[in-house]
Write a protein of this length. Structure first.
Length: 195
């Protein structure tokens, strides 16, 4: 029986969704696809507002529907509509994802915390400071453009790696790698520079 129609006099949408859940609990892939097509846009909208990252929201949406597929027999109509059941799963998964993301971000920031500013020796003249800054700028120009951009955003604009990744539309792991490799190359260039 196709429960996708909503013509006047037919089964109300909530009942159609309940029938789809029943079919899913019996392993019906077509019912799963139909339920996903019906409810995923609104659930994705809620998730985007919750986690504030489209990519993460899409991952949580997939986890939500996977859980629904695996646990469809646990759905109880008296507890609410299928939409409410899925939103509850999505909210729980979304909050878990936010906790994981925040924990990961704290670990990364702890690893990549900038070292405290080194006090300049009292005898270091203004001219020497300017010369060091010029060497750093010259070294930056010799780095690959992606490394140069990441280092500039990290140390000049003092952005965290997650903000750099968003600004450059780049995966977070790539940003970290480019900052780390760029710092190594820049350090070698500065060591090799004449004193």
């Amino acid at each position: 029986m196709d429960v996708s129609c909503t013509a006047p006099g037919s089964i109300p949408a909530i009942e159609q969704e309940r029938l789809l859940i029943t079919r899913i609990s019996q392993g019906d892939r077509e019912a799963f696809t139909e339920l996903f097509d019906r409810l995923s846009p609104s659930i994705l909208g809620v998730l985007v507002r919750l986690v504030r990252q489209r990519g993460l929201a899409e991952e949580v949406l997939q986890e939500t529907f996977l859980q629904a597929w695996l646990q469809a027999e646990n759905y109880r109509p008296e507890a609410g509509s299928p939409r409410a059941w899925l939103l509850n799963i999505a909210r729980s998964r979304g909050l878990d994802a936010l906790r994981r993301e925040n924990s990961r971000r704290r670990r990364e920031e702890a690893v990549f915390v900038q070292e405290p500013k080194i006090q300049e020796p009292e005898g270091l003249s203004h001219l020497e400071v300017l010369e060091n800054q010029a060497q750093v700028r010259a070294g930056l120009t010799r780095l690959a453009p992606a490394q140069q951009a990441c280092l500039t955003l990290a140390f000049v604009e003092e952005l965290p790696h997650t903000a750099i990744a968003q600004r450059l539309s780049m995966p977070l792991g790539s940003v970290k790698s480019r900052v780390r490799l760029g710092m190594r190359k820049l350090g070698r260039m500065l060591e090799a520079a004449p004193a």
